[in-house]
Design a protein around this ligand. Structure first.
Ligand code: ADP
Length: 293
């Protein structure tokens, strides 16, 4: 992770970022006012996300994806991760890996996740720390975080240990989010993510009509498709409510620091991906890459 020491601001560079993350967490738990974590970062009020460096190789790719459940954070973060050659780290995947491992944490986690609740900041930071440590050992540089931070406390802790240079906020109407989540499927064998929903919603109250074609799996995955246990209508609605309560303030946190880039998805991948590359100034980069391939 940017040799992980780069994750840490210079004054903390001599300490392990893993232990620093955990120390921050510990101090924010023990401090009534949360003042330590909050004072560890310098606000960047009024700044704009720096997208002026054309070649992504010269960019500091330490990005965060925000957005409600089902908006497509995983899809676009993973595409950008392939394009830019930086790891895509999704805390939801880390939680699901822990669930699948059936370790001591697994039963506790499955109850929380299946009810659509958030896992505690302590557990999430520990899972993320372990993932960062493994990445550091492999010499990973940069990151695209998906699903973290999701609470103000997580955002403050992250801001205290690293410089996030861009936060992408993906947006879609709530009725579309629900349909998209209900259509999500994963192949139990190859792990591929698909969507069987055909979305056609009319424009209403000033929001435009949206159409999205399904993202169907290849024939050999068809019989192996599974649905996430937390993708039932009741749990999805609860997760969207929790996002609005706990994670909307995180959008404001980054907005006030000039790091937030809002992106209203115009439709499915064919419509949204080229537009996203355009707003990120990556459209030329994509062409260079395919010309070189
Ligand atoms: N940063 C986080 N903080 C707390 N809980 C998390 C976090 N990231 C993931 N989780 C847990 O994992 C579940 C699945 O996360 P994710 O795959 O990101 O789902 P979503 O479709 O809601 O974006 C969440 O509902 C939550 O229980």
């Amino acid at each position: 992770m940017a040799a992980l020491t780069r994750l840490v601001k210079p004054s903390f560079a001599s300490h392990s970022p893993i232990s620093y993350l955990n120390r921050c967490l510990y101090s924010s738990i023990t401090s009534e006012s949360n003042s330590h974590a909050a004072s560890a970062y310098t606000p960047h009020l009024g700044a704009k996300p720096n997208l002026s460096v054309k070649d992504p190789k010269d960019r500091n790719v330490q990005w965060v994806f925000l957005g409600s459940p089902g908006v497509g954070k995983g899809t676009y973060a993973s595409r950008l991760s392939n394009l830019l050659g930086v790891p895509h780290i999704a805390t939801g995947d880390l939680v699901r890996e822990e669930l699948a491992a059936s370790g001591p944490l697994s039963r506790q986690l499955s109850e929380i996740v299946n009810q659509g609740k958030l896992v505690s900041d302590e557990i999430i930071i520990n899972l993320l720390s372990k993932r960062l440590e493994a990445g550091e050992a492999k010499g990973e540089l940069g990151f695209i975080l998906d699903g973290f931070p999701r609470t103000m406390r997580q955002a403050e802790i992250l801001e205290g240990v690293t410089d996030i240079d861009l936060v992408l906020n993906l947006k879609l109407r709530e009725d579309v989010l629900l349909e998209k989540c209900l259509g999500r499927r994963t192949c139990s064998q190859c792990g591929g993510n698909f969507n069987v929903a055909t979305i056609n919603v009319k424009g209403s109250n000033g929001s435009p009509a949206i159409s999205m074609a399904p993202l169907l799996p290849p024939q050999h995955c068809m019989s192996k498709l599974i649905t996430r246990a937390d993708d039932t209508e009741e749990v999805i609605k609860h997760r969207i409510d929790i996002y609005n309560e706990k994670s909307r303030p995180v959008e404001e946190f980054y907005r006030s620091r000039g790091k937030l880039l809002e992106f209203d998805l115009p439709g499915g991948i064919p419509e949204s991906w080229p537009k996203l590359l355009e707003v990120l100034d990556l459209d030329d980069y994509k062409e260079q890459q395919s010309a070189a391939a």
